[in-house]
Design a protein around this ligand. Structure first.
Ligand SMILES: [Zn+2]
Length: 369
């Protein structure tokens, strides 16, 4: 899937919840900062729903004796600047490294804000990530911000004027409030996206990069393909904090362009770490392995069912019908409508296709994730 459309899909989804929002104003995502270990802060974004995965990847700010290391730089310089303002409040130390965990724009379009604020900063990513930022994310980006986003706004405004839902039913008061909020969030995004000047990684990693800062060790590691072909994780062994990027997303995983078999193995390797805090790429912090285990089980089942379908000679459409994830859907959503939409759109649909390709041995012929 075109990555910019992926971002737009997320934006549409997260602004579709039946919020009781009274205001039509929107000035960017709110965030929750948590100090998960001394000097280690997470910034989890609300885009603008707390209960659905959003468009800004979680930031992790690691304040060291003389510098700062940041993991992930959000979807826009506007949002990254909010994190930078908090960093300035917390410490006079400069940001020396920004790690971009993978190529999706919601983890690196904010890089330019770090360069403006800290001219000596280095941007660290896997070598494949740098390639995919250029060949995939940037390939569709101009069309997304100049045409896709305004067209979506125009479409929503038309539906708002007609006051008729996609299913043909007239708007309720909640529908009206929801669409007003969608439009407000997207209008906010137009100038915010127009401002983006992509800043690519300056330092690429293929295995690991270990930073030592006094008592603190920051291990930036590649453990194999998973959500993308270049996912970096960050492990703080002393503090026992594990930063996952989008290898783990709460409350439902993303699977666009993923490698299910290796993803399962990569999560298994990470699970061996004695982590006290696990930081997903989006959504709630985890203090145990329960959620990761559920994600692993889901990935394994999806791949296993797709393999069985391919063994029976089924094509992709027949495989989509044959793979049954309803039991997992219940366990992820616990009845929540928005999480259900996220599960269907961001995990199930792309995952079945990737699993089908993988079962046929065709994964490496497809567009890399
Ligand atoms: Zn993300």
């Amino acid at each position: 899937m075109n990555p910019s459309r992926h971002l737009l899909a997320i934006l549409v989804l997260v602004t579709c919840a039946p919020l009781a929002a009274q205001s039509t104003g929107y000035d960017g995502p709110a965030f929750t900062r948590t100090e998960v270990a001394p000097g280690v802060h997470t910034f989890v974004f609300d885009n603008p729903l707390g209960d659905a995965a959003g468009v800004d990847g979680t930031a992790v700010v690691i304040i060291n004796d003389t510098d700062v290391v940041v993991v992930d730089a959000q979807w826009s310089p506007a949002t990254a600047r909010r994190v930078i303002a908090e960093i300035r409040r917390l410490t006079p130390n400069p940001v020396r490294y920004v790690v971009n965990t993978h190529w999706h724009g919601d983890h690196w379009f904010g890089n330019q804000a770090y360069r403006e604020a800290f001219p000596g900063v280095e941007f660290v990513a896997h070598a494949s990530t740098r390639l995919d930022m250029e060949s995939q994310e940037l390939a569709g980006f101009e069309a997304f911000r100049s045409q896709g986003l305004p067209a979506t706004i125009a479409d929503l405004e038309k539906r708002y004027a007609a006051a008729v839902r996609r299913d043909g039913q007239p708007y309720t008061a909640a529908d009206s409030a929801m669409v007003r909020r969608q439009v407000a969030a997207m209008k906010w995004a137009v100038p915010v996206m127009a401002e983006v000047t992509p800043v690519l990684p300056t330092l690429t990693v293929t295995d690991s990069l270990v930073l030592r800062r006094g008592e603190r060790t920051i291990a930036i590691r590649y453990l194999g393909r998973g959500n993308t072909r270049g996912d970096l994780t960050v492990w703080l062994p002393r503090e026992r904090v594990l930063v996952m990027g989008d290898l783990l997303v709460n409350p439902a995983p993303y699977s666009f362009g993923s490698y299910l078999g290796e993803w399962h193995r990569t999560l298994g390797a990470l699970r061996a770490l004695p982590a006290l805090v696990v930081v997903p790429g989006h959504g709630a912090l985890q203090r145990d392995w329960e959620y990761l285990d559920l994600v692993r089980e889901l990935i394994a089942s999806t791949l296993e069912q797709a393999k069985a379908a391919v063994a029976r000679g089924l094509d992709l459409e027949a495989t989509r019908k044959a793979v049954d994830l309803t039991g997992f859907r219940e366990r992820f959503t616990r009845g929540d409508v928005m999480t259900g939409r996220a599960f269907d759109a961001f995990f199930a649909a792309p995952a079945v296709e990737r699993a089908w390709l993988e079962a046929r041995g065709d994964l490496d012929k497809a567009t890399p994730g």
